[in-house]
Design a protein around this ligand. Sequence first.
Ligand SMILES: *Cc1c(COP(=O)(O)O)cnc(C)c1O
Length: 363
Amino acid sequence: MQTPFYLIDKAALRRNMEIVARLREVSGAKALLALKCFASWSVFNLMRDYMDGTTSSSLYELHLGAEKFGGETHAYSVAWAEHEIDEAVGYADKIIFNSIGQLERFGERAGGITRGLRLNPRFSTSGFDLADPARPFSRLGEWDPVKIEGVLDRISGVMIHYNCENRDFALFDQQLGRIEAEFGSILQRLDWVSLGGGIHFTGEGYPVEALAARLKAFSERFGVQVYLEPGEAAITDTTTLEVTVLDILENEKKLAIVDASIEAHMLDLLIYREAARLPQEGDHAYQICGKSCLAGDIFGDARFVRPLQVGDRVSVRDAAGYTMVKKNWFNGVKMPAIVLRQEDGSLTVVRDFGYEDYRASLS
Ligand SMILES: *Cc1c(COP(=O)(O)O)cnc(C)c1O
């Protein structure tokens, strides 16, 4: 099969989904897939059996969730435009406004569905300001309890997204305690609370049962339906980016150029200055480099048992989250196809991209 392609392993996806299902069952919480992290809809038929629906960050994600996933469809956007709101309400069963201003402007037009507001607790687990909803001057949600209490007659729930790849249950427990203490009088008057995404409960060794018990206690204390909005946790470690070595150079290090680009095909790694997850076994070290002309188009350092040759296949792990949704046409580099590894081991190409797609992306 011609590289480059993203390879989604359905057996690995099902393993994650079984953890989601267990968490839902024990905690009573509902789980919605956050489409901004992963929107490869050809596996939604598998995920649908384990999750309650989707949540979104724009009209198009919302449309895709309604069309391709179904179930409960939450609509969220940092700001809705006048020309979007009626269409958005048509797809959603719940709409979560980012601000009281948007609730006041559009709340009546969403009167036929459930309405909520984003609450910003002004703390988070994010260590990187670019992705920190609690950063100074944050526009993500309302934080003043007095103002929020003033609109409680118009909403039945809130969404609080403040975790970011949080692997630490003790920290989650402690911060949820802070939310209970600081916003308890609001929570008591609501029917539902979404705790957003960013809880890494499918990671190795995560105490899923303790999380479930904590969510159940929260739900019972305030009499609310809890929602979780996993993105990364739903698809972590299910997908690889498969590439082929095109050339080998040497400049103090051995350099292997592959037929993909970190800027175009795994952009998040570049933004957050993280290395790709590459093979690390053996004595032969190479820097794995992308084929765009960006000087820093580098996947990272890898090790192999044998010296690499032109034509060798390299597999980049954990390539689903915030990756396939961000691929782009920088340098006109061929976009990786999307391939499924079925549970019987066979491979199915579900999407390939060609020159026509590149041309159609511009005008
Ligand atoms: C990004 C986001 C999510 C998903 O976050 P993950 O870290 O991928 O789990 C969920 N809800 C909201 C509101 C978000 O912005």
